[in-house]
Design a protein around this ligand. Sequence first.
Ligand code: ZN
Length: 179
Amino acid sequence: MAILPIIEAPDPRLKVKAKPVKAVDARIRQLLADMVETMHAAPGIGLAGPQVGEPLRLLVIDVPKEGLPREGQPPNPMKIVNPEIVWASEELQPWDEGCLSLPDQFAEVVRPAEVKVRYLDENGARKELHAKGVMAVCLQHEMDHLEGVLFVDHISALRRNMILRKLQKAKKLKQPVPA
Ligand code: ZN
């Protein structure tokens, strides 16, 4: 297992459309395990392939059970390969979203309140999931990453540019100064 470096915006690698996984093999299982470890270490509730430099259609999520405190809940990661939204509710819900690739930035995004997602699990078995609440938000957010879309792409250009400028500045500060 390994903790992978997370790519931070703005970065062209976060804007690429990810490719389908051809076979859920040992390499993919290792990558999914590393992504779970990376997500837990961050800590975060979701992580998509492109965020760790793997432009593949896969993601991991670990959403705490609603109505219970996060602390004390055992980890319950899900590994999702080649996901597809097969149904979305007409009802929408707003949610204050953040992203491991946009550290310390948050904005309200409106998305369908419920979705049905078809995917392959880490053994390549076909699965279907009906998600609502934070699980629905997280799934749609992570699936956006597979299209090269960030949560800031759902908000006004003015706010988006403000956030991206802030991140650009923070990135420059993190770079070592040449001696
Ligand atoms: Zn994200």
